[in-house]
Design a protein around this ligand. Structure first.
Ligand SMILES: Nc1ncnc2c1ncn2[C@@H]1O[C@H](COP(=O)(O)OP(=O)(O)OP(=O)(O)O)[C@@H](O)[C@H]1O
Ligand code: SF4
Ligand SMILES: [Mg+2]
Length: 363
């Protein structure tokens, strides 16, 4: 992540999350896919399993986790691109139940995708790509109004007017992502689900696009769910972070708190893999390597889903799934031994530090 990204002043001084108004809430959301497993047989793949949280108006909720943990499925289910297997979704405190509720919610919610190359129709000009949602939802009265609106949207994302008649292949990755964002903004949403919107971009371009998201959020009062696998990117842009593992949220808290003092062993391992710029700190800080791959959601382990890779798993972890519980105000963790791995890591680090001090040659 580029260190030149300037933290938005507005974000530094904003209202604490707990005092904000809730925009979206999910309760026990599940998305299971039927996977054929022989003649007339199928197995349930639990891509999203019993996820509950609220997203406050104007906040950015980051979602992190390894590939396959269910981030995209969570975003798509939240937007009703997939019908939830079960669970409830509330928008402005009203449960979304009817077809009309879904349509209204979709008008206020939109998604920005990871791959700016494949998410834009190569045969359409920028003007038509950005203008299409305006047509679908009949948001403009005539061609003149449509053109004016498209140019306005292009201006918002920093695309010059003369680009309106060009095609996606004439743009760089970062510019294509800007086109995708302008299109997402066309319906005047108040909630945007960003699914790895910068992962396919060069690091310097990532910084520009992230800065743009922050500016747009301030200007338009947007609420964001920002999905990424890079915890540093997520930390930079998010107010709070939800860490996912095997379809479940295992920890959720304020972004800085979760990164500086992670409580769940999985979050501790994620943070320990983040490169430390200072060589002395790097020498003394303990890196915990995660062994093995994330298990298949088709055959999740019994009890805690992380137990097959957890360095401090005990017998009790195999029996029952730990619930996501509020262990401090605003901090949610699903682990029987939360905090223990971080404490051990800190004790080992301070031991390493004193060993390094002793090894230094006398001046
Ligand atoms: N339409 C689908 N049908 C069946 N299984 C699916 C479908 N979509 C996703 N899955 C499975 O659900 C699980 C979660 O996938 P998902 O794409 O949500 O993960 P992700 O966290 O977004 O991963 P990545 O970081 O690679 O994008 C995976 O095991 C995936 O194979
Ligand atoms: S519940 Fe047990 S296995 Fe799961 S993360 Fe906590 S200590 Fe590890
Ligand atoms: Mg994904």
């Amino acid at each position: 992540m580029d260190e030149n990204i300037e933290k938005n002043d507005m974000l530094e001084n904003e209202t604490p999350v707990e005092e904000k108004e809730e925009l979206v809430r999910i309760e026990g959301l599940k998305e299971y896919f039927d996977i054929p497993s022989g003649l007339f047989k199928s197995k349930k793949l639990k891509a999203v399993d019993d996820v509950s949280f609220s997203i406050m108006k104007g906040e950015t909720l980051g979602v992190v986790g390894e590939s396959g943990c269910g981030k995209t499925t969570l975003g798509r289910t939240l937007m009703y691109l997939y019908k939830p297997t079960s669970g409830k979704i509330f928008y402005k405190n009203k449960e979304i139940k009817t077809k009309q509720d879904i349509n209204n919610f979709r008008l206020k919610t939109t998604m920005v995708f990871q791959d700016p190359y494949s998410s834009l129709n190569p045969r359409m000009t920028v003007e038509d790509i950005v203008g299409e949602p305006l047509d679908v939802h009949r948001l403009c009265k005539g061609k003149k109004e449509r053109k004016k609106k498209v140019l306005e949207l292009m201006g918002l994302v920093g695309l010059p007017e003369e680009h309106a008649t060009r095609y996606p292949h004439e743009f760089s990755g970062g510019q294509r992502q800007r086109i995708g964002i302008a299109r997402a903004l066309a319906v005047n949403p108040d909630f945007i689900i960003c699914d790895e919107p910068v992962s396919a971009l060069d690091v310097s371009i990532q910084a520009q696009v992230i800065n743009m998201f922050e500016e747009l959020q301030e200007k338009l009062g947007l609420t964001l769910m920002f999905i990424a696998h890079d915890i540093l990117v997520v930390r930079h842009i998010s107010d709070r972070i939800a860490v996912m593992y095997l379809g479940r949220v295992v920890e959720l808290a304020d972004a800085d708190v979760i990164c500086d003092k992670p409580l769940h062993p999985y979050t501790v391992t994620l943070m320990s893999a983040v490169p430390v710029p200072d060589p002395d700190t790097a020498k003394s800080s303990q890196r915990i390597l995660l062994e093995g791959d994330i298990p298949s959601p088709l055959n999740a382990p019994s009890g805690c889903p992380f137990r097959t890779r957890c360095p401090i798993a005990g017998d009790e972890c195999a029996i029952e799934m730990p619930k996501l519980e509020e262990v401090e105000p605003g901090r949610f963790v699903a682990c029987y031994k939360y905090g223990q791995l971080k404490r051990t890591q800190e004790e080992n680090s301070s031991q390493n530090n004193s060993d390094i001090e002793q090894d230094k040659p006398e001046q």
